[in-house]
Each structure stands twice: as C-alpha cells, then as structure tokens.
Design a protein around this ligand. Structure first.
Ligand code: NDP
Ligand code: HSE
Length: 444
C-alpha cells in the first residue's frame, strides 16, 4: 500500500530531525503505524539547504501553499514557528482537509481555540505532542494516561534553554550571555531567544497544559510571566546555601477560586527530583487526586528529541486513518503483532548472553596469593576489573580475624563468562562463603 504522504513546512532544526528519524526508523514506524509514512514534499524558504538535507528523497518547493494544495498530501507538518505565516498556513491546511502536526506552542497557546475549532469543523486532527516538553510525551500522559484523575496541579521545567543557562551558571560559574549563545548553537533556543529567557516560551507550554489539565480554553493572555533575566548569580548561591535550587517553573494549579497559571523562577528544595533536573532536560510533575504525584523527565528540546514527538503524532494520525476503529492502537504497539511472525527474528536473550557490569563481594582467607588467584581467574575469563576494595581483617571479623572481604567492581562482561569465572573462584579453598554478585547498571 502506498505510504501516507506527508508534507513538511520548514526544514530547520526540528524539521531535519523529523526527516532523518523517519528515514532511519521507517520499517519500525511502518510496523507500528500499520502503513508506511513518507515525507513526499518539503517547503522551505531556503530551497538549497532543504535539498541538501533531503537529497532526491522528497520534492522541495519554496512555496508552502503549493504543498498544501497538493491533493496527494494527507498530513501537513508545520515546523516554521511563530504566530504569523504559520497560523495562516495551518488554517489553510485544515481548510484543505489535511490533518496537521505542529510543534508550535506559541501558535497553539495564543490561537489554539480558533485552530482547534476549524479542525473540528473540517473533521481533521491537529496534533501537537512536540509543543510541550519536546520529546516527553506529556500531552499523551495528561490527556490519556491520567484521564481518570481530577488533576490538581502541574509544575514543570519546560524550557530547556533557561534550565541549561541556570545549570551552567550554577555549576560552572559561567556568565549568562556565554551560556545563552551555547544554548542557541545547540538548537535549544527559540528563533527569538527573549521568548526563552523572559519565560514566554514556558508560559506558552504551561498554557497548553493548563487547558488539557483543567478543561479550560487556552488563555495565554491570562498567564503571569517572569523570566530569568533579573536573576542574580548571588541568589542562585544563597538559595543553594539554604538547601534550594532556583528553577524556572511553569505552574498551573486548580484552586477553589479558579486556576493559577504562572511562570517564574522558583526556589525548589534541593532534595526534590525536579530540583536535580539539569542542562536542557525538562521535567513535568503532575498531581492527580487518584494517582498522586507522577513525574515525566526527558529532553525538552533539540532536533531528534523533538522529532520523536512529531513522528509519534504522525503514527497516531496514520492509525486513525488506517485502522479498524476497535483496534486503533494495537494492544502490543505494532500492527499485526499478535497474528504473524513479526518480531520473531529478534529473540529475547538468555541471561548468559546479557552484558552488564558487576559488584562482587568475596569472603576470603586473609593470606598471601588469594587476591592474585581471584584476579587471575577473572582475567582468564576476559573480565576486566574497574575498582577494588579490601577491608582490613580486624574490621570484618573482629580482633585477630583471619578472614576479610574483597569487593570488586568489574567492567561490562557477558553473564555467561561471569558465571564460569565465579564457579572457579567459588571452588577455591580460600573463598570461605558464597560469593555475593550484584549487577550494576549505569543507565546513562
Ligand atoms: P528553525 O528556525 O530551525 O526552522 C524553521 C524553518 O522554517 C527554517 O528552515 C525556515 O527557513 C523555515 N521557514 C520560515 N518561513 C517559512 C515559510 N514561509 N515557508 C516555509 N519554510 C519557512 O526552527 P525550529 O526547527 O527550531 O522550530 C520549529 C518549530 O518547532 C517552532 O514552532 C519551535 O517553537 C518548535 N519547537 C522547537 C524545538 C527545538 O528544540 N528547536 C523544540 C520544540 C518545539 P529560514 O531559515 O530560511 O527562515
Ligand atoms: N526553546 C525551547 C526550549 C525549545 O528551550 O525549551 C523547546 O520547546
């Protein structure tokens, strides 16, 4: 079957990520969506740069309206940004009967009501997972995963640029301007970085989350917005001394009188998980009456993390277009997963094939040559030691003890090799108790 035909408006930081990830993971995405998804046409003002990214894999035009008018296009992705031409193009795409995917939080926070109304009238979808917290699927979590709850509050670090700036200023003592330039070079900042540093971008995102959390219209004009430009390095230091970190938070909260909607620098206790979210990372904490507090963490900006969310929307829309209504989201994520042989070529590994690193604790006789024997057997199995600790015998077994503990951290190794080495080590007469083995996961 012909793949779903997608038109991409704007192939800058996020657009190029979408193009590359879609090309790289096309087979897996096709299996999830139930049909291939292909960027058939790209519109960008800079046609030459666009061609250098897409090669001959898609048509490139300079006129976005030519793309929208193309009857072959099923879904239009808007990645131009701003409230100007982007708004016109999104409304035109809707009017032309196209589903729309956008990462444009500014557009939705300010003109969302008009855009969603137009889409509803035309019977098309406007999807926007990437508009809040980039790669974190927070829209899905709020709208679907937490649907049982009365949401009480949402608070998030939802601007990567400012979090990056605050982290670098705190950790490295760097100046505001230097770090801002770095954030721009890394593709985190908005085209106009005052949106980031003055809190406007975070307020756009908080506005969208507020609407989803509390079932109210998007009302960016009601948001209180204070950025980080007036924040002094001294405040960051003093807060630290008092046990707090300063973070730019977007907060929306249900109260008896109404909904709070605000963005401002906030002192957060240093022991809270969210206080330890550093660099361009984002995190959103949602408190629901049934579930309690849940936390969502990940990359909130950048080319491919944001593309991840854009493509998730493409998959959702493709499923809507394609699937039998009772099976819109396949139970195990991939279409036809439970029916055919799909996936059988990717076996679940036996434990012996798993590669990880280890903590080992050995109770040994405190005598010459024991350590050499143990390390020799590990080396013989190709297992490399990362760190080692030997306790004094008296400390372990009391005064005059002849036993001690050897603690060994290894580098990555096959579990099967470790099993074989441990069997040999365990049989040494100088190893006096069952060896403790704990697997170590860096998760970095
Ligand atoms: P970029 O500025 O990198 O890309 C925008 C692209 O659109 C540029 O290539 C630009 O061309 C092109 N463009 C401008 N006007 C037109 C037009 N009339 N027709 C066709 N193309 C046009 O922006 P980003 O990729 O960073 O951001 C895109 C959207 O995603 C924005 O809404 C942003 O807020 C949002 N977003 C961005 C994230 C990020 O990490 N960067 C994360 C989450 C959301 P030219 O350069 O020639 O002007
Ligand atoms: N400028 C935004 C940020 C991009 O820094 O978080 C992601 O929306």
């Amino acid at each position: 079957m012909k793949p779903i035909q997608v038109g991409l408006l704007g192939i800058g930081t996020v657009g190029s990520g979408v193009f590359n990830v879609l090309a790289r993971n096309q087979e897996e995405i096709r299996r999830r969506a139930g049909r291939g998804i292909e960027i058939a046409c790209v519109a960008d003002l800079n046609v030459e740069r666009a061609r250098s990214i897409v090669g001959d894999k898609a048509r490139v035009v300079s006129d976005a309206r030519e793309l929208i008018a193309n009857p072959e296009i099923d879904i239009v992705i808007e990645l131009i940004g701003g409230y100007g031409i982007a708004k016109q193009l999104v409304l035109e795409a809707i009017a032309a009967g196209k589903h729309v995917v956008t990462a444009n939080k500014a557009l939705l926070a300010v003109h969302g009501t008009e855009i969603f109304k137009a889409a509803a009238e035309k019977g098309v979808v406007v999807a926007y997972e990437a508009a809040v917290a980039g790669g974190i699927p927070i829209i899905k979590a709020l709208r679907e995963g937490l649907a049982a709850n009365q949401i009480q509050w949402v608070a998030g670090i939802i601007n990567g640029t400012t979090n990056f700036i605050l982290s670098e200023m705190r950790d490295k003592g760097l100046d505001f301007d230097v770090v801002l330039k770095e954030a721009q070079a890394l593709g985190y900042a908005e085209a106009d970085p005052t949106f980031d540093i003055e809190g406007v971008d975070a307020a756009h995102k908080a506005t969208i989350m507020s609407a989803i959390a509390f079932g109210i219209p998007v009302q960016f004009d009601k948001a209180f917005v204070e950025g980080i430009t007036k924040l002094g390095a001294a405040d960051i230091k003093y807060a630290e001394q008092l046990g707090y970190r300063i973070k730019l938070l977007g907060i929306t909260k249900r109260t008896d009188k109404g909904v709070e909607l605000r963005v401002h620098p906030s002192l957060v206790p240093a022991k809270r998980l969210i206080a330890n979210v550093e660099g361009a990372m984002n995190a959103v904490v949602v408190h629901g009456d049934a579930v309690g507090t849940t936390l969502y963490y990940g990359k909130g900006a950048g080319s491919e993390p944001t593309a991840s969310a854009v493509i998730a929307d493409l998959v959702d829309i493709t499923r809507l277009i394609e699937a039998d209504p009772t099976h819109r989201v396949p139970p195990l994520a991939f279409q036809n997963h439970t029916l055919g042989d799909a996936g059988k070529d990717l076996p679940v590994l036996p434990m012996a094939e798993v590669v990880t690193s280890y903590y080992l604790r050995l109770r040994v006789a405190d005598e010459a040559g024991v350590l050499a024997k143990v390390t020799g057997l590990l080396a013989g199995a190709g297992i490399s030691i990362d760190a080692m600790l030997q306790r004094e015998a008296d400390e372990v077994g009391g005064e005059g003890s002849t036993q001690t503990d050897l603690i060994i951290l290894t580098h990555d190794t096959r579990e099967g090799d470790m099993d074989a080495a441990l069997a040999q080590i365990q049989s040494l007469p100088t190893v006096l108790a069952p060896i403790t083995r704990i697997r170590k996961e860096e998760l970095n």
